[in-house]
Every structure is written in C-alpha cells, then in structure tokens.
Design a protein around this ligand. Structure first.
Ligand code: SF4
Ligand code: SF4
Length: 196
C-alpha cells in the first residue's frame, strides 16, 4: 500500500533531478542575475540600514533605555534604598546596599537611609519599566539614552557613577516626557500619590 504524500507547509518543493543545461552548468547567467539584483538595490532601492553610531534612528520620547537615579531640586539623591525596585524587577537585575545618612550629609541624601551601593545589570535588564513604576520616591526613571555596546560583561553592571544624574542643574536628565499630564494627574490622587 503506497503512502499519500502530505506537504507540511505551503512552501514545500518537489526536488527535480533533471539534467542541467549548458548555461546552467556555467553559472554565468545566474551570477549576472544575482549581480543585477544587488546593483538594483545599491543604486535604486531606498536603504533601510543606518550608519550607526554616526547616524541614530529616531527614538520615541518615552523610549525605555538607560536608567537615571534622580536628585531633587536641592541636588539630594532621592533614592532611599527601600528595595521596592529590586523586588519589582522581573529580571533580578537590581542590587543595592543601604546605608544610614550621617549628620552633615543632609544636603547629599534626601532621606535618612540611602543606597551606598546601587547597581543595575544591564545584561539582565529587559527595560520593562517596572522599577520606575514601583519607586515611591520618584528616584528611578528610564530615559531615551542607549546602553552602549561593549566587548566585556563587567562594564554592563552600572553603578551609581553611571546612574545618578549630575549635580549641576544644566546637566540634569530630563524625565518630564515620562511625567505626562495624565501621569501627574494620576499621582495627585491621595491614595496613589508618590512621596514627592
Ligand atoms: S527596567 Fe525592568 S528589568 Fe530593567 S531594571 Fe527595571 S524592573 Fe528590572
Ligand atoms: S530607586 Fe526607588 S524603589 Fe528603588 S530603592 Fe531607591 S527609592 Fe526604593
């Protein structure tokens, strides 16, 4: 009894073993055909690739990239090392060590407890934004900055040096695009409001 052939996909082809013609055997027509397609794309078809990093693709204003740890208006670090971002992180990318603020450090750290060490492993991060949502101090935000490529793993563990924004007001990282009027209105509700 002969089995009936059932193709698994629409793309299946019956292989032909017919003898090749002279032109097929010298491959020249096939090579010329291939070259003509390549030249057509080179000269006439709009290029879809960019010369990165010289040219960057435009990104959305609310693109979720490189995190920033924010300072308040007085330049004090907002993070209080509560650990909620680390608990919320599905990739377990965030680690921190909490420290107690000492007398005289009130102008550096906003709260009595702060992160002496704060690290995000960018190789683990999936840029979901859950850390930003979980933060009760408006301390961590994702920004439209790209995490740059590297050949080693170690540089992808970002510490406070890479994450905390500069003290100078002119160099602060703007996160207003992530704080749209709708978001701010939502936060005005007492039961949902963040500790600003
Ligand atoms: S963006 Fe998501 S994956 Fe990345 S550190 Fe924040 S919570 Fe974790
Ligand atoms: S970034 Fe926010 S959620 Fe994370 S430890 Fe600091 S204060 Fe807590």
């Amino acid at each position: 009894m002969s089995a009936t052939f059932q193709p698994l996909t629409q793309r299946s082809r019956v292989v032909s073993d017919k003898k090749m013609t002279f032109l097929e055997r010298i491959y020249l027509p096939a090579i010329l055909k291939g070259m003509s397609i390549t030249l057509k794309h080179f000269f006439f078809v709009k290029k879809v690739s960019l010369r990165y990093p010289e040219v960057e693709k435009p990104r959305s204003a609310i693109y979720r990239g490189h995190h920033v740890l924010k300072r308040d208006d007085q330049g004090r670090e907002r993070c209080t090392a509560c650990g909620l971002c680390a608990v919320a992180c599905p990739a377990e990318a965030i680690t921190m060590i909490a420290g107690e603020r000492k007398k005289g450090e009130e102008s550096v750290y906003r709260e009595e407890k702060y992160a002496t060490v704060y690290e995000i492993n960018m190789l683990r991060c999936i840029f979901c934004g859950d850390c930003e949502d979980a933060c009760p101090k408006e301390a961590i935000f994702l920004t439209d900055r790209i995490v740059e490529a590297d050949y080693l793993r170690k540089p992808f563990v970002f510490g406070k040096n890479e994450l905390v924004e500069p003290m100078e007001k002119s160099k602060r990282i703007d996160v207003s695009k992530r704080q749209t009027p709708d978001v701010l209105k939502f936060k005005e509700q007492r039961q949902y409001s963040h500790n600003r």
